[in-house]
Design a protein around this ligand. Structure first.
Ligand code: URA
Length: 207
């Protein structure tokens, strides 16, 4: 693995329209051949929190929107539990086209797609990145991440606060991980309140 979002980078400075045009026409790796739609991102382009997953699944490939399948519905519930939704966050993936059978993207596929993620990161300018699963964490800040070991521990890189947590699909496969995931959401809520008091955001009580 060679490329990380937050390591030694100079982002390609796309405007949003240019980014969409480039990504929608991209043939930079083999994933482009089987895609239905390129899945670029969803949510608020000025959000302070950016959620990054691995890559689109079948529902996302059909609709062109990230996290709209079963894992996405769980993600929406997790956001709602801490008073957030897609209007207050930006959501995207490491790769923008669906890997066959939802396999983990290869290093070459991730590297080919990284310029788009870098451009998104430069446009959104989040204060917080939540890495959904090991693949996201590895390509965002550290290739040696192990999610069961490292989840829930904040990292600060280049002034950006990064929280690795379980991918919602992992929570669907193993309910026993939900308690840790909920702890991570509470940490996210606390950090957001600390870093963005001006947002006036208040989590629902009881959380
Ligand atoms: N899993 C991901 O990592 N991303 C999606 O958009 C959907 C499922």
């Amino acid at each position: 693995m060679s490329a990380c979002l937050l390591r030694g980078y100079a982002a390609v400075r796309y405007e949003w329209a240019e980014l969409y045009q480039q990504a929608n026409g991209c043939t930079g790796c083999g994933l482009s051949q089987a895609r239905t739609k390129v899945v670029i991102g969803d949510g608020n382009p000025s959000a302070k929190i950016m959620f990054i997953g691995e890559g689109p699944g079948r529902d996302e490939d059909l609709q062109g929107i990230p996290f709209v399948g079963a894992a996405g519905k769980l993600l929406d519930k997790m956001l709602a539990a801490i008073g957030l939704d897609r209007t207050k966050t930006y959501i995207c993936n490491i790769v923008k086209c669906r890997p066959p059978e939802n396999r983990v993207p290869t290093d070459a596929e991730a590297a080919a797609c990284l310029p788009y993620l870098r451009a998104q990161f430069a446009l959104v300018q989040p204060k917080i990145i939540v890495c959904l699963g090991a693949t996201a964490a590895r390509y965002i800040y550290d290739e040696s991440v192990r999610i069961t070991r490292d989840r829930g521990a904040w990292k600060c890189k280049k002034g950006i606060w990064i929280l690795p947590t379980y991918h919602p699909a992992a929570l669907l496969r193993d309910e026993s991980k939900k308690r840790d995931a909920w702890d991570d959401m509470k940490k996210l809520k606390a950090k957001y309140e600390e870093l963005c008091p001006e947002s006036g955001w208040k989590a629902p009580s009881g959380g």
